[in-house]
Write a protein that binds this ligand. Sequence first.
Ligand SMILES: [Zn+2]
Length: 230
Amino acid sequence: MKKADQKFVCNFCNRSFAKETTMARHMCAKKNRWLRRDDRDVKIAYYAFDRFCSKALKTKKEKTYREFCDSSLWGAFVRFGKFFIDNNCVCRYEFYVDWLIKYAVPVDDWNKEQIYLKYLNDYVKVETPDQAVTRTIKLMETWAVETGNDWRKFFDLLSVPMALQMVKWHKLSPWVLFLSDGGKRLLERFSPEQQQLLSSYVDIPYWLKKFQIEKNDVDYFMKLFEKYAL
Ligand SMILES: [Zn+2]
């Protein structure tokens, strides 16, 4: 038998309850954090938190998930994880986290679009053309499923504003946009204002120079695009 004054205490907020069932049903902010530990955005957030503590704050021990729940940085890191998931970011988040730490970007800014896009512009310059082309082909396949069109019609049916968004977030890579016939047809539909926007999203002189230097890759992919009538 339980003593009358026995209390059940929530491990997260220390609130006490007369009945165990009431405590089990009770919800508080920290318990909610604990229950969200398998969500994708929270997993990225926890990874980033632990990495940030060891690299930026130089803490020796690995942070437990419970420590993350208790941290005042929870919200900022989860916003970062959510940003990454919601925007289908194309880079590896592990690399991006290290970049953010390296440049001492305040954690509150980790979910800012302009910072991610700055990183992305560097990232796409070092990824292999294979990675860039594969990503773009996958994008075209997704587009085909979502719109019910043949994926080879991608460049002809895609609206220019939509294309600009895809270029801005580097889902549509310069490797495909500039080297395929379809990409060239799409570019012909750009107004002067849209061309200006394109230049602000993509470092065009850089890519043209890169294509001159990496002739073998350019030949290989142009033949591939031709084969698939892209
Ligand atoms: Zn509680």
